[in-house]
Design a protein around this ligand. Structure first.
Ligand code: SF4
Length: 381
């Protein structure tokens, strides 16, 4: 039904966890692991006077090293993992085992909106956790085991484009590692504030690389930070897994851009798969109403609550920025993807290793236990 459209960011009080993070960094017994969401590298430079769309990945890693984090990893790693799980879930649904369309579930603003306003679609949400939550769960299980660290002593921090991620980390089911999976979430602005508090001259920093293992990522993981990116990443993988052929072109321009709702038909092994990309909750509500009225039909829909996707998140520099600035940040992510020699999630060597060493295969029982979740109906807004 039609309903009030709520801003996922404004609805949740911003709670700063900066002091918790400083405490953890100062505590010698804590092993503090940070993950950085893909959208941050294209926006945090603005906090230090740089032009929108300046990619500062290397400087940001150096800054986080100077703040004292023990390991600096990227959420792009688990963005690739999300594609493996969610892509295989889609293939299952297309084979008729579960409801279509499948909706993406990586945006907690959208997930919560669906729980409040469209509970009849909860079975359509992918059960895959968001990259943030997959990352934290694995940090306290897989990573802890590999590095022989007691998960009790691991403190997980994420640098995220929004405050909805703070709500997500506190969902009670987000403890599959046996501990609270994510300990603290910093928005882009809060991370920048910590860098400033330390007196670090950001623009003068040299470049460093993410730490190995959970820092390894592909260009597909990078474009998760913009509207259309999850869809493009998913199609790159679904196409090759289904057809055993190489994708003829990797830039799927049909799903790019800033139009509120974009759709495309993709031929996957003889099946015509209808996909749509929507950003902004008003557009999401319109799309759901049209699906409900039988006016349109899709197999797979990417939904991001913020206009522009995460590059336009409420925790980003100058939150009320223009679509032009957002487009520049998005373009920077597409260029970063293009410059990567590995651009398909299923070709990430560390993801292949993770399945070999730990999870088995996508949708295995270990994957289900650690990487998937469930949703609940919430009262109407
Ligand atoms: Fe957060 Fe990204 Fe969703 Fe916005 S689109 S609420 S920034 S996850």
């Amino acid at each position: 039904g039609q309903c009030a459209v709520v801003c996922p960011v404004g609805a949740i009080t911003e709670v700063s966890e900066i002091s918790d993070v400083w405490d953890a960094l100062e505590d010698e017994d804590q092993h503090v692991v940070v993950q950085v969401a893909p959208a941050i590298q294209a926006s945090i430079g603005e906090e230090f006077g740089m032009e929108p769309g300046t990619i500062v990945t290397g400087k940001l890693v150096t800054a986080l090293q100077e703040l004292g984090f023990d390991k600096i990893f990227s959420t792009e790693f688990t963005a690739d993992l999300t594609i493996m799980e969610e892509g295989n879930e889609l293939l299952k649904r297309i084979k008729g085992q579960k409801k279509l369309p499948q909706f993406t579930s990586c945006c907690p603003g959208w997930v919560k909106f669906c729980e409040h306003n469209y509970p009849e679609y909860l079975d359509n949400l992918s059960t895959a956790k968001s990259p943030q939550q997959m990352f934290s769960t694995l940090a306290k299980t897989y990573y802890a085991e590999q590095e022989d660290i007691d998960p009790e002593d691991i403190f997980t921090v994420s640098v995220m484009p929004c405050t909805a991620k703070k709500f997500e980390k506190n969902r009670e089911e987000m403890a599959d590692s046996g501990h609270q999976d994510t300990d603290a979430v910093l928005t882009t602005r809060e991370a920048a504030r910590m860098i400033k508090e330390m007196g670090i001259q950001f623009h003068k920093l040299t470049d460093s690389k993410y730490d190995k293992m959970m820092g390894a990522h592909t260009g597909a993981g990078t474009i998760f930070g913009t509207t259309g990116g999850v869809m493009e990443a998913a199609l790159r993988t679904a196409y090759e897994v289904l057809t055993d052929d190489e994708l003829p072109r990797l830039d799927l321009t049909e799903v790019r851009g800033m139009d509120g709702i974009r759709d495309a038909n993709v031929q996957l092994n003889g099946d015509n798969v209808k996909v749509a990309v929507v950003h902004g909750l008003k557009n999401a509500a319109d799309l759901l109403d049209k699906i409900e009225a039988g006016e349109i039909e899709y197999d797979f829909v990417e939904v991001m609550a913020c206009p522009g996707g995460c590059i336009g998140g409420g925790g980003q520099p100058f939150a009320s920025t223009t679509m032009d600035v957002k487009a520049k940040r998005a373009e920077a992510l597409y260029q970063t993807d293009k410059a990567n020699t590995i651009r398909k999630s299923h070709e990430n060597p560390q993801i292949i290793k993770l399945y070999e060493d730990y999870l088995g295969e996508p949708l295995s029982s270990d994957s289900h236990h650690l990487l998937h979740t469930s949703y609940q109906e919430r009262s109407k807004n």
